[in-house]
Design a protein around this ligand. Structure first.
Ligand SMILES: *Cc1c(COP(=O)(O)O)cnc(C)c1O
Length: 427
């Protein structure tokens, strides 16, 4: 079934570390060879062996309209024909910025970059520059891209100075990153007692990088209060949840307002785009108006802007899409839960808009440690068996899943039927 992919993978491993350009793609969490993809169409992925999969990964979030959406495709081709990049301003950037600013009452200006990593990295520089402070608070299990200060893991102790989670990251840098447990208000308070040099808290308000683990409202309120009390800025990393969890992202579901919001994924519709946004008084401190430096040769790339613009305009024009997607995500996870219960499999589910997550766990995980107690063997077997049956789920229990507008109720029901058979045989 995977003959050509196995060969392609071994060839890739000769010239690309681990055969992939982003580690999760290598299927290390579930074993086996990742299918090499030939094309996508609508709700489906097709690999080079000719297998077809119902896609619940959607390039890890960007493809809310599925693969090869006609409107997006048309805009991309039309724009590409006018030139791929100019290194000069285009009106497309202004238009996409307008679309984003219009959706939020707490942001006035947006700056575009080329990835989520760049967006969060720049947001942190901005927060540090504006507050004139050095420390940042990050939560275990939240992922904000792979920049140095954000690749931290817990050291010893409680509210602790993070230590590097990767070789190549200097401890001198990560000592400025304070690591706390997600949804743990006491630890967060302690953090602010330990340091008077905190520039910002960065958080995924709906964490999607340890499976789907939404923050408790009281926890986010505590983040807001502590930032206000100590003159720190609150950064919502909405690279995943932006225009996904709702038309206004997590911010649209919650009453809590962040100072800086980062975007990526959906705002580029599959093209490399990231962005960070805030109020005038903060954004005006960025270069060239202000002193805080940030730049990018391909930032605001016209083809990427065109893709994002069509996508966001379609979403805004048809806000009922979010209700439909939300219903579909619920249909999927409730269906999976039902067959899990029927087969005596401990199973936890969650969804926010078109984001969904499930865990092979006795109780709902509230933080990274909880997720670590889930049954990973079961997850791997489930994943492999579903893949063989044509259902492409994220290859790690630490990742969220997504539904697109191209996924129908019938497709979801077929998936649940397949899951029933798979779960019957899960040990
Ligand atoms: C994907 C993601 C990032 C990193 O974005 P890249 O485009 O992969 O660099 C940052 N934050 C969150 C919340 C993400 O989901």
């Amino acid at each position: 079934m995977f003959k050509k992919s196995i060969k392609a993978y071994s060839e890739a491993c000769e010239v690309i570390p681990g055969g992939v350009d982003s580690p999760v793609r290598a299927f290390k969490g579930v074993g086996g060879t990742p299918p090499f993809i030939k094309k996508g169409k609508g709700a489906y992925l097709y690999d080079i062996d000719g297998n077809r999969y119902l896609d619940f990964v959607q390039s890890w979030g960007p493809l809310i309209f599925g693969h090869c959406d006609k409107d997006i495709e048309k805009a991309v081709v039309k724009t590409a024909k006018l030139g791929l990049s100019f290194g000069a301003p285009t009106t497309l950037e202004t238009k996409l910025a307008q679309e984003i600013v219009e959706m939020y009452d707490n942001i006035d200006k947006v700056r575009f970059v080329s990835s989520g990593t760049e967006a969060t990295m720049s947001a942190i520089r901005l927060a540090r520059g504006v507050t004139n402070k050095n420390d940042i608070v990050k939560f275990e299990g939240c992922y904000h891209g792979h920049s140095d200060s954000l690749l931290v893991q817990a050291g010893s102790g409680m509210a602790t100075f993070g230590s590097p989670s990767s070789p190549g990251v200097p401890a001198d840098l990560t000592k400025h990153t304070l690591l706390c447990e997600y949804n743990n208000i006491e630890q967060l308070k302690k953090c602010f007692e330990e340091s008077s040099d905190i520039a910002c808290i960065i958080i995924e308000p709906i964490a999607g990088n340890m499976g789907l683990v939404p923050a408790d409202v009281e926890f986010l309120e505590a983040c807001r209060e502590l930032c206000d009390k100590h003159g720190a800025l609150l950064i919502f990393d909405e690279v995943m949840s932006g225009f996904r969890a709702s038309l206004k992202g997590a911010s649209g579901i919650l009453d809590i307002k962040a100072d800086i919001i980062t975007f990526g994924k959906v705002i580029g519709a599959g093209m490399p785009v990231g962005a960070f946004a805030s109020r005038n008084e903060i954004m005006n401190q960025l270069s060239p108006d202000g002193k805080i430096y940030q730049a990018g040769t391909l930032s605001g790339n016209p083809v990427a802007m065109a893709a994002g613009l069509v996508s966001l305009r379609k979403l805004k024009k048809n806000p009922e899409i979010y209700e439909e997607l939300s219903k579909k995500a619920k249909r999927l996870i409730n269906g999976l839960k039902k067959v899990a219960d029927k087969n005596g499999i401990a199973f936890q589910i969650n969804s926010r808009g078109s984001m969904f997550g499930f865990f092979f766990c006795e109780k709902e995980p509230k933080n990274f440690k909880d997720v670590g107690t889930c049954n990973f063997e079961r997850f791997a077997t489930f994943h492999n068996e579903m893949l063989k049956r044509g259902f492409y789920f994220a290859c790690s229990q630490y990742e969220a899943g997504f539904v697109s507008t191209k996924i129908s109720n019938k497709m979801i029901d077929d998936c649940i039927k397949a899951a029933d058979i798979v779960m019957k045989n899960l040990k």
